[in-house]
Design a protein around this ligand. Structure first.
Ligand code: SRM
Ligand code: SF4
Length: 593
């Protein structure tokens, strides 16, 4: 038996029953090809048919329609206006000005909304791409060395890496590992190149992922397996003390550990944390958000083997019957952390050492200028909702393009939906800052509170949205700012996040105040997350409309200001005084009365 297969004694832990239909789709897809190519030439529908609707996700796209006009089109007996949303693969969120200019140009010509959307996972999305433009889009991306392989679907997604604007030695080493891990866990199928690039080489991956064939003729997927993973899988590389990537939202996390003595400041290995994830389903207590557990420390040389072992353990033991319980977090709670760890050790042929000490102190981005160790400078720009668009009063997209025209360094997208102009020479600082100010990319009136808020995309493009998120965030922050001013703490900031449904894309389940969409205009209010993102907030009040919500927050903020200990954060206060119980063991505590 290969170390990459399930030993006999663990066979009983495999969930049996009727497999989810997605397993059939993957199994019959000829390694993710399906009949996507023929759908592309079908002039009748703007959408993808049957299984292809799911399969395009593995190529980084989702079929969507504009929900604002869905009813109107139905009345006119028209099919929804199908378009795709594309999500790029950008490990660590790094993108060059030349690449930015090309995506800026494509957004102008081919995306309905004309915007570039920075996501909570350090990449960008195009919304509203018509079927006829999809191939052009992939070919344009390929020319600039970007792809969208495995940014969606049951695979390892875009690998995050702390966007450390100080660009320490440790950070640049960690970033190299984020790229290597991303590359190592990619699917091996040539489907992407065949369908979108007419078989051309994929410029963004180091190797042409030519694959060996099974006896059946199918390409071999050595890590992901022939039917890929049971569910989506997310990985980060974290450089303490900065937890901007929100590691507890992820299945697999490599926490960078620096050496001592001669190796001080150098990356020597990683603590490996597994089993984080934030999604749940309203009314289904078998689903819950969960923080990640620390398996221990491994030296650098074992990194890729451990990554592959965690992925393949989840591949073989994850629930393929019920997709709602399929993620790594549920596998670990079902089979036990000790069993999961032992199997990872066996597959990777390592023994985890005791976890190395580390501390995570904060999550927000360091806005404005910071100096790097290379004598260069970095400018972190706050992009509300990650929406790079030419708004009437602030032409952000034009401003970004103007900066890209002259910038000689790179851009870094952050996991907080913001953007860093990185590697700026002293002599170029003034002109870049001037361009940023001129186009509304720097606005000194933005409060700390506004810069600590985040929302998912939600309506009108997200088919799963139950309530608004991105579109209400600015006005909800106005109200929160007004409450902080009323209670005499205008400089304070509460980590405030809105997510349009319980899937949790805006990471409200790691906020101090988290709103989860319940229905149009209605939200569940969660409290008790903490500043560094290691505690899950619990339901405080359900189904609140805007008025009820801000009435609750008014009274809670009033109590916090009156009764807090020095420097005590809102999330810690509500737990300390018993307004809400702390979630310590998510499986047991999240729904406990
Ligand atoms: Fe997400 C599905 C947007 C980060 C959990 N997410 C979706 C879809 C694709 C809806 C769909 O399936 O049709 C949304 C598309 C909306 C649109 O129109 O753009 C969507 N998710 C996003 C983004 C763009 C939100 C944003 O405002 O930035 C983020 C893109 C990340 C990326 O670049 O890859 C995004 N999604 C997240 C996160 C946060 C994170 O990873 O840090 C989570 C919670 C963490 C987690 O996975 O537990 C998240 N998205 C989900 C889920 C629930 C997964 C689950 O475990 O059940 C879904 C639904 C699903 O997979 O079935 C989902
Ligand atoms: Fe859509 Fe829900 Fe994700 Fe928001 S949280 S983007 S509404 S799936």
């Amino acid at each position: 038996m290969s170390s990459n297969q399930l030993p006999a004694e663990l066979q009983d832990l495999v969930v049996t029953g009727k497999l989810a239909d997605n397993e059939r789709i993957k199994g019959q897809s000829q390694q993710l090809r399906g009949t996507i190519a023929s759908d592309l030439t079908d002039p009748v529908s703007g959408g993808f048919t049957s299984d292809n609707f799911q399969l395009i996700r593995f190529h980084g796209m989702y079929q969507q329609d504009d929900r604002d006009i869905r009813a109107e089109r139905a009345e006119q007996k028209l099919e929804p206006l199908h378009t795709v949303m594309l999500r790029a693969r950008l490990p660590g969120g790094v993108i060059t000005p030349k690449q930015w200019l090309a995506i800026d140009d494509f957004a102008k010509h081919s995306s309905h909304a004309g915007s570039i959307r920075l996501t909570t996972r350090q990449t960008f999305q195009f919304h509203g791409v018509l079927k006829r433009d999809i191939k052009t889009m992939h070919q344009m991306l390929n020319r600039i060395g970007i792809d969208s392989i495995a940014t969606a679907g049951d695979v390892n997604r875009n690998v995050l890496c702390t966007s450390n604007p100080e660009q320490s030695e440790l950070h640049s080493q960690a970033y190299e590992w984020a790229k290597k891990i991303s590359e190592h866990l990619l699917p091996h199928t040539r489907a992407y190149a065949e369908i979108w690039l007419d078989g051309e080489k994929i410029e963004s991956t180091e190797s042409d992922r030519a694959t060996t064939a099974e006896a059946s003729g199918a390409e071999v997927e050595p890590i992901l397996g022939q039917t890929y993973l049971p569910r989506k899988f997310k990985t980060t590389v974290v450089v303490p003390p900065h937890n901007d990537v929100d590691l507890h939202a992820n299945d697999l996390n490599f926490v960078a550990i620096a050496g001592s003595g001669e190796q001080a400041g150098q990356l020597v290995g990683f603590n490996v944390l597994v089993g984080g994830g934030l999604a749940m389903t309203h009314g289904d207590q078998a689903t819950y958000p969960r923080t990640a557990d620390n398996l221990g420390f491994v030296p650098l040389k074992h990194t890729l083997a451990v990554a592959a072992a965690v992925v393949s353990t989840q591949r073989d033991l994850g629930n393929r019957v019920n997709r709602k319980n399929a993620k790594t977090k549920y596998t670990i709670d079902r089979i036990g952390l000790a069993v999961f760890k032992q199997e990872v050790e066996r597959r990777a042929e390592v023994t985890f050492a005791a976890a190395a000490p580390f501390e995570l102190t904060h999550r927000g981005d360091a806005f404005g200028w910071t100096a790097g160790i290379d004598g260069k400078h970095n400018l972190t720009l706050f992009i509300e909702n990650g929406r790079v668009f030419d708004f009437v009063d602030k032409p952000l997209k034009t401003g970004m393009a103007a900066i890209a025209q002259i910038h000689k360094g790179e851009f870094r997208l952050t996991a907080n939906q913001n953007l860093i102009v990185a590697g700026v020479a002293e002599r170029d600082k003034a002109v870049i800052e001037q361009l940023a100010r001129q186009h509304g990319l720097i606005n000194d009136s933005h409060s700390n509170q506004r810069k600590s808020a985040m929302a998912c995309v939600s309506l009108p493009t997200c088919p799963l949205a139950m309530a608004e998120a991105e579109r209400v965030l600015p006005s909800y922050v106005d109200r929160l700012e007004a409450l902080l001013a009323k209670h005499q703490v205008p400089e304070e900031a509460i980590i405030f996040r809105i997510t349009g449904c319980p899937n949790g894309c805006g990471r409200a389940m790691l906020a101090e105040v988290g709103l989860v969409g319940k229905g149009p205009g209605k939200y569940n209010l969660h409290l008790g997350g903490n500043h560094n993102g290691s505690r899950i907030p619990k339901l405080y009040r359900g189904n609140l409309d805007e008025q009820a919500l801000f009435a609750e927050l008014d009274s809670l903020i009033g109590r916090w200001v009156a009764e807090r200990q020095p420097e005590e954060r809102f999330g810690d206060f509500v737990v300390r005084v018993g307004i809400i119980a702390a979630v310590v063991v998510p499986k047991d505590d999240f729904y406990a009365a």
